[in-house]
Design a protein around this ligand. Structure first.
Ligand code: FPP
Length: 268
């Protein structure tokens, strides 16, 4: 029997979706959105034009993820390094773009039953942006569909530092450091992503083969898909291509594949 095509997919998306196994969709997809600057440069435009064009890519990707029922989508929008190493004018532009995006997209997020979350050191962002972020999160808090997490002023190493600090604080408040438990589950419970499953698939656009300090703990067993498409050109159809690629992979989590596991031992 052919899988039912979710409402709202266009012709190209439907074509790819038809070939997917709906029972094996990744639960959590993380995306490193890269290539805005290159997209703009190729058109002899200022870098910020690439960021502006990137919003359409965010919109299309988020809507397609929601339509096909992806449980969680996490977008690396702004790293701690971006914050410190880019010209102030570009950072200010990105902040304004984010604020505008949150206001403009709220009705669509609600229509698509999307719940908004954030990871990263939010308290270091401009106060007006933090207020807008809080407002948008609260306005979508009752939605039960896809959890859209925006990584803003995010660094995986800072997240781990914050997690270790939080573990020590929790132990101190709980009777002292002799109560400090250090194991993988406890670290996971203190990460920003404690309420999300680890990503099954990480997508990076624009061809670079790096994780760039993104979700280093959580991506331990994720499948990696790198596409040469620059972020402003990325659309829902590309997300589906990534999922198709993911479904071709065999996930072993450090174990053996089925045929090797059942092979006869060899004498040598
Ligand atoms: C990387 O491209 C992209 C960013 C640093 C910013 C991502 C922002 C957006 C996609 C805009 C809108 C986002 C939201 C959530 C509203 P780059 O500038 O590093 O590109 P380059 O490597 O080609 O220079």
């Amino acid at each position: 029997m052919q899988a039912k095509i979710p409402a709202g997919l266009d012709r190209k998306e439907s074509e790819i979706y038809r070939k997917l196994d709906p029972a094996r969709l990744p639960r959590h997809i993380a995306i490193i959105m890269d290539g805005n600057g290159r997209w703009a440069k190729r058109r002899h435009l200022p870098r910020v034009a690439g960021h502006r064009a990137g919003v359409a890519a965010v919109r299309s990707t988020v809507e397609t993820a929601a339509r096909i029922g992806i449980h969680a989508l996490t977008l690396y929008a702004f790293s701690e390094e971006n914050w410190k190493k880019r010209p102030k004018s570009e950072v200010d532009f990105l902040m304004r773009l984010l604020s505008r995006y949150l206001k403009a997209e709220l009705p669509t997020l609600n229509q698509n039953n999307i719940r908004l979350e954030y990871i990263g050191r939010q308290h270091e962002l401009p106060e007006a942006v933090q207020d807008r972020m809080d407002w948008a999160r609260e306005s979508t808090a009752r939605n039960t569909g896809t959890v859209l997490t925006l990584a803003l002023n995010y660094s995986a190493r800072s997240e781990l530092v914050d997690a270790f600090r939080s573990m020590v604080n929790a132990a101190s408040q709980n009777g002292g450091l002799e109560h400090l438990r250090i194991d993988e589950d406890t670290v996971g419970e203190h990460l920003y992503t404690r309420d999300l499953p680890d990503p099954d698939l990480v997508v990076r656009t624009s061809g670079e083969m790096r994780l760039s300090n993104f979700l280093l703990w959580q991506l331990a067993y994720a499948e990696i898909w790198v596409t040469s498409t620059l972020w402003p050109d990325f659309r829902g159809v590309h997300l589906l291509e990534g999922i198709a690629e993911y479904q071709k992979r065999e996930r072993r989590y450090g174990g053996l594949n089925h045929s090797d596991l059942h092979a006869q031992p060899t004498n040598f």
